[in-house]
Every structure is written in structure tokens, then in C-alpha cells.
Write a protein that binds this ligand. Structure first.
Ligand SMILES: [Zn+2]
Ligand SMILES: [Zn+2]
Ligand SMILES: [Zn+2]
Ligand SMILES: [Zn+2]
Length: 104
């Protein structure tokens, strides 16, 4: 009886993550790779929503300094995040020789 090696992973049990190509990182989907998200306080307008002078122009939003954008909290402005598929390791369990119940 010869032991059959898994052709997918060569018997190692893990394969290079197909999602990130083994880098363990991928572009942050929360900010679309920009590193910035709309300020949640002013919703991207750059104006202080709590400052509402009659007829006047509201102050700059203090949360974002009036830019309307803030550093993405998911990737911390780095524009990349750990690949969710492999948890940043760059490898995933081989689907061929591991429990088929794992979610795809
Ligand atoms: Zn990955
Ligand atoms: Zn703001
Ligand atoms: Zn991000
Ligand atoms: Zn395998």
C-alpha cells in the first residue's frame, strides 16, 4: 500500500493562500486601499455637525480638522490589512486533504 500524497499541497497540508498570493496582506477593503475613510462625525463634509450657527458657516469638524476624511481604523492608514482568508499567515489549510466542512 503506497501512501498517496495530496497533489494539491504535496502532502504538506497547507497551500499558499490563493487570496493574497502568500503575502498575508491585502488591500484594505474598508477604505478601498486609500487608507482613509469618511469622517464618521461630519460624514465627510468637513463641517462640525454640532455647530449650527444661524445662517453662518459651521466650524471645521474637530474630529477630522475639516478634511472630511480620517485615517481608516481597520488598516490604520496603511492601506493594507491582514488577509482574512489566511489570517495574515500567507498559508491556508489545503482544501483537498483537510476536512471538507471548512467554509469556502
Ligand atoms: Zn491570504
Ligand atoms: Zn469630520
Ligand atoms: Zn483601510
Ligand atoms: Zn492537500
Amino acid at each position: 500500500m503506497t501512501e498517496k500524497k495530496c497533489s494539491c499541497c504535496d502532502g504538506v497540508g497547507i497551500i499558499v493562500c490563493p487570496k493574497c498570493g502568500g503575502s498575508g496582506k491585502e488591500e484594505c477593503i474598508d477604505c478601498n486601499g486609500t487608507g482613509l475613510t469618511d469622517c464618521i462625525i461630519c460624514k465627510g463634509t468637513g463641517e462640525d455637525p454640532y455647530d449650527n450657527p444661524n445662517g453662518g458657516r459651521p466650524k471645521d469638524c474637530s474630529a477630522c480638522g475639516g478634511g472630511g476624511k480620517r485615517k481608516c481604523p481597520i488598516c490604520n492608514g496603511t492601506r493594507i490589512e491582514d488577509c482574512p482568508e489566511c489570517d495574515g499567515t500567507g498559508n491556508v489549510n489545503c482544501p483537498e486533504c483537510n476536512d471538507p466542512r471548512i467554509r469556502k
